[in-house]
Ligand binder design. Structure first.
Ligand code: WQD
Length: 336
């Protein structure tokens, strides 16, 4: 059975990808510094899959720890999620973001080359597009100046991967540009665990519905969109996880020195108010929200053109926006 190292594998997208990898007949090996998640996620993964995955607590910047993992396991591929991802914090602490997000990729690539590990799927983001001029966004859309140090780390990492592959390092790499990940595993045993006040829309919605937050503020309803609120492409985390499995399997059939980028989104644009109404419909609860001022730096509207990933990887989203709201709400309720 192929063993795949998942960096950040105890995190939101990483844990769901671990489940899908196992379902596809591959064995995850997880490294996570637990800075944005909890070790009990490993227990939840065992409950879902019946398998206790090898887990290493630590930082991907630690070459020593990566060497230990290579000594313990025959790793045949890597999915690299581990990164700090709070846009706001990144403007306050840029060096923390460059050191972790960019630094860990450099250590990982050296390690892969030394241990002849060929395949890497990298977690990138639609944030590299900024506010696209043409919608839906294709991979040919020029990347924009990053709106934050976080977004810039994603662009820099993509550039590093392009140059590393060009150097004939003998690897095969896919960068997946995520749109907005939402939802949770249908079992409600794993999901998004935002520590502190959620920055993202859907956890704020579910925490408001759960009474943890008093109300949701919609950041602006005077934009040039169908109902005035911002448009995003919300993709169910299980669909996103499946995209990683298909990307890894696809890499295994390619020549060395391969690099491709794919958008991963639902291909649908939904406004903030449409998300709220979808949540109210599936939860049967009226959500307490108010309209507030615009949030600086917000992209007005973006959603993915998924033609390339559909045609090349044979990947299609299976979950709807309402599925995402249902699973997010079930997950929130499971937290008590
Ligand atoms: C979505 C919409 C808000 C909260 C961010 C990162 C991006 C990626 C995904 C990592 C926007 C509105 C939100 C609230 C609101 N992360 N909103 N009230 O900003 O599209 O993307 O997360 O890769 O890099 O930038 O996601 O969930 O913060 O916001 O009205 O309390 O919801 O204005 O229109 P965003 P988000």
């Amino acid at each position: 059975m192929k063993k795949i190292l998942i960096t950040g594998g105890a995190g939101y997208i990483g844990s769901h990808t671990a489940v899908e990898l196992w379902s596809a007949g591959m064995e995850p090996v997880i490294i996570d510094d637990l800075s944005n998640t909890q070790e009990k996620v490993i227990d939840r993964l065992e409950e879902i899959t019946g398998k206790r995955f090898s887990f290493y607590k630590g930082d991907c910047n630690s070459r020593e720890l990566l060497d230990q993992i290579a000594a313990d396991h025959q790793i045949e591929g890597v999915i690299h999620f581990a990164a700090f991802k709070a846009v706001g914090e990144s403007t306050q602490k840029p060096l923390k973001y460059y050191r972790n997000n960019v630094g860990s990729l450099l250590v990982l690539l050296d390690w892969m080359k030394d241990h002849r590990i060929l395949d890497l799927v990298f977690s990138s983001s639609c944030t590299v597009y900024g506010q696209p001029e043409v919608l839906p966004v294709t991979e040919a859309t020029p990347r924009q100046e990053a709106e934050s140090p976080y977004g810039n780390t994603k662009k820099i990492c993509e550039d590093i991967l392009v140059d590393f592959v060009k150097s004939k390092a003998g690897v095969r790499v896919i960068s997946l540009r995520y749109f907005n990940p939402v939802g949770a595993h249908p079992s409600a045993k794993i999901g998004e665990l935002p520590l502190g006040v959620p920055q993202n829309l859907v956890p704020f919605i579910t925490q408001t519905a759960a009474g943890i937050r008093e109300k949701l503020t919609v950041f602006g309803n005077d934009y040039d969109t169908p109902d005035g609120s911002c448009v995003r492409d919300y993709i169910h985390v299980m669909d996103l996880a499946d995209a990683h499995v298909k990307a890894l399997s696809f890499l295994g059939k390619q020549e060395l020195d391969f690099y491709e980028v794919f958008n991963v989104g639902s291909g649908r644009g939904n406004t903030v108010l449409e998300v709220i109404h979808a949540f109210e419909k599936v939860s049967g609860q009226k959500l307490n929200y108010v309209i507030g001022p615009r949030r600086p730096g917000d992209v007005v509207k973006t959603w993915a053109d998924t033609t390339k990933i559909n045609q090349v990887l044979g990947w299609y989203p299976q979950y709807s926006l309402e599925d995402s709201m249902r699973d997010s709400w079930n997950w929130q309720k499971s937290l008590g």
